[in-house]
Design a protein around this ligand. Structure first.
Ligand SMILES: CC(C)(COP(=O)(O)OP(=O)(O)OC[C@H]1O[C@@H](n2cnc3c(N)ncnc32)[C@H](O)[C@@H]1OP(=O)(O)O)[C@@H](O)C(=O)NCCC(=O)NCCS
Length: 167
């Protein structure tokens, strides 16, 4: 079994992808390629040997307002930063045929690893953030330590926490 993610390309059969959430299906079918072209997101694909898409996720640069973060984190940061740099995990979805086989976890860990490595070597980023699409998604991310931010509805996982996953 090969678990390597690759950048979205023209050989991927994305039109058949179905995760049960229309917005996430439509995104891959019609918008992901455009977003990549416009540099709004990078889209990573987990595909089978015939290029059928088993799952995908997107990453983008983003920022989060200082006052939406917990005091325990904010107090360690210089006051001059009103907006703090973060990495946005914009979308993550697994095709219905493959759900429940830990591929969602695998893609999440792949995304966290990329975000963390980039924050070490390429572009500053304090945390990975997500906007959970519903309560199920919120529970999924909570399993991996994401903290819910009530002011913004976003969830975030500090890079320091991610670092401890990849010693
Ligand atoms: C959420 C999703 C990515 C999970 O992928 P998956 O491959 O089915 O999940 P995994 O097999 O990796 O499960 C990992 C853990 O998360 C839990 N989990 C999986 N889906 C869950 C859900 N919808 N709600 C709560 N927990 C969930 C599993 O029980 C498992 O827990 P365990 O390790 O204690 O057994 C997938 O169901 C999906 O694509 N859903 C539709 C799109 C979506 O909600 N995306 C998320 C955010 S935008």
């Amino acid at each position: 079994m090969i678990y390597a993610t690759t950048l979205l390309n023209n050989t991927h059969k994305k039109q058949q992808f179905k995760c049960g959430i229309r917005m996430l299906d439509d995104y891959l079918h019609t918008q992901a390629k455009q977003d990549v072209k416009r540099k709004l997101a990078v889209c990573f694909i987990l595909a089978d040997e015939n290029d059928n898409v088993k799952g995908y996720y997107t990453l983008s640069s983003s920022s989060i307002q200082r006052n939406s973060l917990p005091e325990s984190i904010v107090k360690k940061l210089p006051p001059s930063y009103n907006n703090l740099p973060v990495t946005l995990l914009g979308r993550l979805a697994i095709d219905e045929k493959y759900m429940g086989n830990k591929l969602g976890s695998l893609l999440l860990i792949d995304a966290l690893k990329r975000g963390y490595e980039n924050s070490q070597t390429t572009i500053g980023s304090l945390a990975v953030i997500v906007s959970p699409i519903n309560d199920n998604a919120k529970q999924f991310y909570e399993k991996y330590g994401f903290i819910f931010l009530p002011n913004s509805g976003k969830m975030f996982l500090p890079m320091d926490t991610i670092a401890s996953l990849f010693p």
